[in-house]
Design a protein around this ligand. Structure first.
Ligand SMILES: *Cc1c(COP(=O)(O)O)cnc(C)c1O
Length: 365
């Protein structure tokens, strides 16, 4: 045994799906203006931070958390105005919930369907849970939903699970609500509308939950200012949630996230005000990018903007040299050729980004 190297042993024992997979890459961001991960750039007011600090001092971290997170769940249900018979299931980020759904619906031969380009975790999680994956391309010119192609794919593939990000990541656009309704009606399986960017968008499917027995809405608090807490949820009928709960690992949401998120949700309006500021700054940044002839910027209802430039990787590196980190999507999905994605930051950060972008563009041949 001792003569075999760990790496050859690992590659002979591990599943090929895992060996073939590229790890989700998170670059080192220390020292940069960080506009790569759709984080809220604002802290909560210091009085509220002090209140949270006091609460944490008394937290019983020697005990396991409330396994059902009852207090936090009822707070979220109340905020959403969920009717009788509906509730929420909490995840350690919504990434964990995507995985839980794939594990739950992956009967032999079952298919997970989404559109492309969209959130990369749908495909990654399908791959490592061994679920068949189908991606329906969005329109090449503007990343709009190709409804006819999507409905045809649903008829052909009969997916057990459909994910639609509303608004979509990394494109930022909000698909038409009526198209989503047609998709939900045509799908034999479960449709999950992923509202990670709900705080920045003009519409939601929460109010549609009681209309469709095959609909769940997924949200995360990550983009609203709690990325560090790792908290997401699924909202919908208890008939679904009671079954899915069986797959949730006990204590997946710790004592500290339960306490802090509960407190922050008591001040939901503070977070929504920050989101309002980000939306106004998004409009300004959109105009500034639109005014640069070398840039094609796409409309967004999220807290980021997708844009295309010639020689995107050079521009990305030029931004990095100037201390600004955004997301390089070039080399990922073929439809995202020469695309970059910038998170809306504070007004000062956005200014620094626009200046650095103009400088980088002028140095690219
Ligand atoms: C960021 C994001 C998520 C995941 O968020 P978590 O931090 O894991 O809660 C899910 N869906 C979309 C579309 C996202 O952009």
């Amino acid at each position: 045994m001792s003569s075999i190297s760990a790496s050859s042993l690992a590659s002979s024992l591990l599943r090929c799906e895992l060996l073939d997979l590229h790890a989700y890459h998170v670059p080192d961001s220390a020292g940069y203006i960080k506009l790569d991960a759709m984080e809220n750039p604002y802290q909560v007011p210091s009085a509220l931070r002090a209140e949270i600090a006091g609460m944490l001092a008394g937290a019983e971290i020697n005990r396991y958390p409330d396994p059902g997170a009852a207090a936090l769940k009822s707070k979220i249900s109340a905020l959403l105005g969920l009717p009788e018979g509906m509730g929420v299931l909490l995840g350690n980020g919504s990434d964990e919930l995507i995985q839980l759904l794939a594990l739950a619906l992956n009967k032999p031969g079952a298919t997970l369907l989404s559109v492309e380009p969209s959130f990369v975790m749908y495909k990654m999680i399908a791959t490592f849970t061994g679920m068949r994956y189908v991606g329906v391309p969005l329109a090449v010119s503007d990343f709009s939903l190709d409804l006819a192609a999507t409905l045809a794919a649903i008829r052909r593939e009969q997916p057990a699970l459909v994910f639609l990000a509303y608004p979509n990541n990394p494109t930022g656009n909000l698909f038409p609500a009526d198209a989503l309704r047609q998709i939900i009606e045509a799908t034999p399986g479960l449709v999950v509308v992923d509202e990670a960017y709900y705080a920045f968008a003009s519409d939601s499917f929460i109010s549609q939950l009681s209309r469709y027995p095959n609909l769940l809405v997924m949200r995360t608090f990550s983009k609203l200012g709690m990325a560090g807490l790792r908290l997401g949820f699924l909202a919908g009928s208890n008939a679904w949630l009671e079954q899915l709960e069986k797959l949730r690992l006990p204590y997946n949401v710790g004592v500290l996230p339960q306490l802090v998120a509960g407190k922050l949700l008591d001040h939901h309006e503070v977070l929504l005000q920050q989101a309002g500021q980000i939306k106004r700054d998004r409009a300004l940044l959109y105009q500034q990018l639109q005014a640069i002839p070398a840039v094609q910027v796409f409309p967004s209802e999220a807290n980021f903007l997708l844009f295309r430039v010639a020689h995107a990787t050079q521009v990305f590196n030029g931004l990095k040299q100037r201390g600004v980190l955004i997301k390089n999507l070039n080399g990922g999905h073929p439809m995202l050729h020469d695309c970059l994605r910038v998170t809306v930051g504070t007004p000062q950060e956005n200014e620094r980004f626009v200046t650095a972008l103009k400088e980088s563009l002028s140095h690219v041949q």
